[in-house]
Design a protein around this ligand. Structure first.
Ligand SMILES: C[S@@+](CC[C@H](N)C(=O)[O-])C[C@H]1O[C@@H](n2cnc3c(N)ncnc32)[C@H](O)[C@@H]1O
Length: 293
């Protein structure tokens, strides 16, 4: 099967209307942050952010399959010494729109620049909000398992009595755990914190996704030949990674240069060989280092 990558040039609020309803398995995106990049692609003020985003999230809700997932990378900025609240307001409004706010992952930016501010420390994390249309969404947890590591040799060696029975959460979260279940296993499920370095330098952009970010969510929430959408594709990290992982993709951007750049990159890519995904992953790790936002 041919892996398709459809690119659209224009405002997402309009371009999304061209995409059929219930046709996308995963949306991974990083919209422009409030009050930033006014010179490159027109910034949105923090006061108007929710109003600006809601028509777009309404379209995203329409195009996402009932089993699909939407990952929104966003972080409120500091205005007059206070964190803005527009992300929280956006979550509340999106819930009214029909979205379920199912999870929040943290992107820990391992290489954030050192700095000194009088009243805060350097910002080293961003939100990765997960929204769904239904509680029963596709999730392939085994695809993102991590090695147990040294922890299994120390902590799991000396199990207490609580560790040997299922320990129901004392705070009523519904999460129980039985630690002895993990004895003698090589792999465990990861946490909801992703420790990834940002990718900067080169090619006219600042702060693009590290490739591992869309890659991790694509592994977790899709299978081969599913469709991945990035309505603010920028340098096209999500699109190019999805393509390499043999997922169909749809990318939208309002800036003609970004659109053309992603188009050119896609044209230069050879289609991945069908049975060698794993090897191709490692070999094709490109040296793309864009920076947007
Ligand atoms: C933070 S960047 C995305 C970076 C991307 N994740 C990457 O890895 O390169 C946001 C992008 O949204 C685009 N954009 C801004 N407003 C838009 C709109 N209304 N419709 C479509 N794209 C828009 C900008 O041109 C910019 O490329």
């Amino acid at each position: 099967m041919n892996i398709k990558a459809n690119l659209y040039l224009g405002d997402s609020a309009k371009e999304l209307q061209k995409i059929p309803e219930n046709s996308v398995d995963l949306i991974v995106t990083s919209p422009p942050y409030a009050d930033q990049r006014k010179n490159t692609y027109g910034g949105v003020s923090h006061e108007k952010y929710v109003e600006w985003f809601l028509p777009i999230s309404a379209e995203l809700l329409r195009v996402l399959k009932p089993t699909g997932t939407f990952i929104l990378n966003i972080k409120e900025k500091v205005v007059n010494g206070e964190r803005s609240t527009y992300v929280m307001e956006l979550i509340l409004e999106m819930r009214k729109q029909g979205w379920l706010w199912t999870e929040e992952f943290i992107w820990h930016k391992k290489n954030s620049y050192p700095g000194k501010w009088p009243n805060r420390f350097r910002d080293a994390w961003e939100r990765l909000l997960q929204f769904n249309k239904s509680k029963h969404f596709a999730m392939y947890q085994d695809e993102v398992m991590v090695p147990m590591g040294e922890w299994s040799k120390t902590r799991l060696k000396n199990l207490s009595n609580t560790d040997k029975v299922r320990d129901v959460s004392k705070v009523g979260s519904g999460f129980g755990k039985k630690i002895s279940n993990w004895l003698h296993r090589d792999k465990a499920y990861p946490t909801n914190v992703l420790h990834l370095a940002t990718e900067c330098n080169n090619k006219n952009h600042s702060a693009a996704f590290p490739e591992e970010l869309p890659e991790w969510f694509i592994k977790l929430f899709t299978k081969k030949y599913d469709t991945v959408l990035d309505p603010f594709m920028g340098s096209g990290t999500t699109i190019l990674v999805a393509h390499r992982m043999q997922r169909h993709s749809i990318g939208i951007d309002v800036v003609p240069e970004y659109y053309q750049m992603v188009k050119n990159e896609l044209q230069n890519k050879e289609l991945p060989l069908l049975e060698e995904t794993k090897i191709i992953y490692e070999e094709v790790k490109t040296q793309r280092r864009y920076a947007i936002r």
